[in-house]
Design a protein around this ligand. Structure first.
Ligand SMILES: [Zn+2]
Length: 162
């Protein structure tokens, strides 16, 4: 019935900080690293993401967020309801970006860097929030990731896998 951060203390703190950025909110956690509440900060564009996150915190199942090791790509595992962020993706790998026309007619008009909050939103909310209430994970997490990119003024991502 919550969202929990996994790993050692430093990793859990990093994940909590990224979550606060991702949802433009103060996040409170219990001793086990699980979210107990979200207090939204003022600012536009985060409302839907905050609602989705609160839905996951209130769900009957627990969701997990962790840093992955090795070269596994960032992903969401529906069996364990775990969003994994590969540290090697953060600030290193780039996504293909563009506006509506740039994405669909040019195949992307630029590239931009992944960040911890954008990966977290993509994996946890973009894929995982489909499982709230017993549903299935979403096939693509782009919709949520782009809400975050829009809210913070970053370029939109064009494709799920590039
Ligand atoms: Zn995805």
């Amino acid at each position: 019935m919550k969202v929990c951060f996994e790993g050692n203390e430093t990793q859990r703190n990093d994940l909590r900080n990224a979550t606060e950025k991702a949802f433009n909110a103060d996040i409170s956690v219990d001793d086990g690293g699980c979210v107990t509440g979200l207090t939204a900060q003022s600012g536009k564009g985060f409302g839907d993401l905050q609602k989705s996150f609160q839905g996951m915190v209130a769900d009957k199942n627990t969701f997990y967020v962790e840093f992955g090791s090795g070269d596994r790509v960032s992903h969401f595992d529906p069996d364990t309801r775990t969003a994994t962020i590969n540290p090697l993706d953060i600030d290193r790998k780039r996504y293909i970006s563009g506006g509506f026309l740039g994405c669909f007619f040019l195949g992307g008009s630029g590239t931009a860097k992944f960040s911890t909050p954008s990966i977290l939103v993509h994996e946890l909310i973009g894929h995982g929030s489909g499982m709230v209430g017993g549903g299935k994970p979403y096939q693509s997490g782009i919709w949520a990731e782009n809400e975050y990119h829009n809210a913070v003024g970053e370029p939109q991502r064009c494709f799920e896998n590039r």
